[in-house]
Design a protein around this ligand. Sequence first.
Ligand SMILES: Nc1ncnc2c1ncn2[C@@H]1O[C@H](COP(=O)(O)OP(=O)(O)O)[C@@H](O)[C@H]1O
Ligand SMILES: O=P(O)(O)OC[C@H](O)CO
Length: 499
Amino acid sequence: MDTQYIIAIDQGTTSTRSMVFDHAGAVVAQAQREFTQHFPQPGWVEHDAEEIFTSVLLTLTEALQRGHIDAAQVAAIGITNQRETVLIWDKASGRPIHHAIVWQSRQTVSICNALKAAGHEPYVHARTGLRLDAYFSASKLQWLLEQVPGARERAELGELLCGTIDTWLVWKLSGGKVHVTDYSNASRTLLFNIHTLQWDDELLRLFGIPRALLPEVRGSSEVYGHIRPEYLFGHAAPLAAIAGDQQAALFGQGCFTPGMAKNTYGTGCFMLMHTGSKAVDSQHGLLTTIAWGLDGQVDYALEGSVFVAGSAIQWLRDGLGLLDHAADSEALAASVPDNGGVYLVPAFVGLGAPYWRSDVRAALFGMTRGTGKGQLARAALECMAYQTRDVLAAMQADAGIALTELRADGGAIANNLLAQFQSDILNVPLLRPRVAETTALGAASLAGLAVGFWSGRDELARQWQLDRRFEPAMDADERERLYAGWQRAVQAALVFTPD
Ligand SMILES: Nc1ncnc2c1ncn2[C@@H]1O[C@H](COP(=O)(O)OP(=O)(O)O)[C@@H](O)[C@H]1O
Ligand SMILES: O=P(O)(O)OC[C@H](O)CO
């Protein structure tokens, strides 16, 4: 029989990737497409869901062509996606009624603030493990139903469907036959009870969301349907996995047992710790979320969501013009011995975990006349490490355990200076795996498990391979001195809020 492969579709915030994995878990071919970011007003971020779907079809076919792989060799397709981003579309025509509202978008801050002021946060948190924040899908759906003319009436008549990006893609790829999501994505909507594993009627009422809009919630590793053959050179491959991108990365990093954690350094920074079958309620500003539904049960995770990480480097590049490429930040930072007392609090869209302050704005502290590009590059890299320490401290306090190692992935951790500094500031070894595309690997793994391509988690755990291990090398006084500077900078930024 011909060699078989699994395709993972990684639909991220700024680009879509299709990656083909072989049985050893190695990437044999891939294709990537960026798509348009729409900023209709300051702080708003939207995507054209049709453009996203086109990017998926193009990368699927490009990846197969590049790898000279026959579509019949595709054993299954797994989907992983930017989370919380949500849209509504017309059931009959398949056309979105408006752009998708992206997770970063702040256009529903006032909806959330009003609900918080009315005292709803405690029970929303108790059911969902989340916060009443514009980051999650529920207020975005409410906004769409209120702002798009006729949407609410049509939703109540059952003419419309909604979904996060996974749901949209499965619906489109299956030719409008399958309307599903998985537990990991449902757990990011603010409408799903993570304890009863049901859409929550009271939360639906609170946000005014008709139940008829919502998809069925399924496991993260099962065959939901098949791709229309015309989308894959005539082969109706099974659509066999769905997982939110951060949970997929946790899976792809082989964090299968309680206490194992990963941190992904992409646009934002997302640290997740597996907590097993237990939903640990955070007392320190973290989220409780569903890691995945697999083999008939769900596993939970604690999550620290940091909104700005690698995008601080993009700001140096595109906003300030200090760099040509993000990777140049390493040499620039290495051109100076230290941060020279400069700290960047990168609250460009407010601060996420563990602060949850959407009103705070970014700030630079500690500059002197001698401050130059090198210190700014350091401050931008270091802020990822300090934010990670904030989250790790919260996680250790919530879980009651000390982390012995941190598995790291995402575009920015290719930066060796950042990786070493991160290990120093945490005083924990940082492990960078050989397959950097852990998000896609996680989705491929879940799809492969669903169709018997891999035997189980043990086999997957054996495939995880180390690229480089960074050991903490900074002395304790220096570590605590630097971190104390960060804490002062955050406190100062929290005090200054715009009108
Ligand atoms: N060598 C590098 N050093 C620092 N930051 C980097 C480096 N390479 C990429 N980045 C940053 O990492 C991010 C891209 O990582 P990626 O994992 O592709 O993100 P996402 O999936 O969120 O789009 C960008 O914000 C970019 O600025
Ligand atoms: O698309 P990414 O990789 O920036 O991930 C976005 C997260 O899923 C948002 O919660």
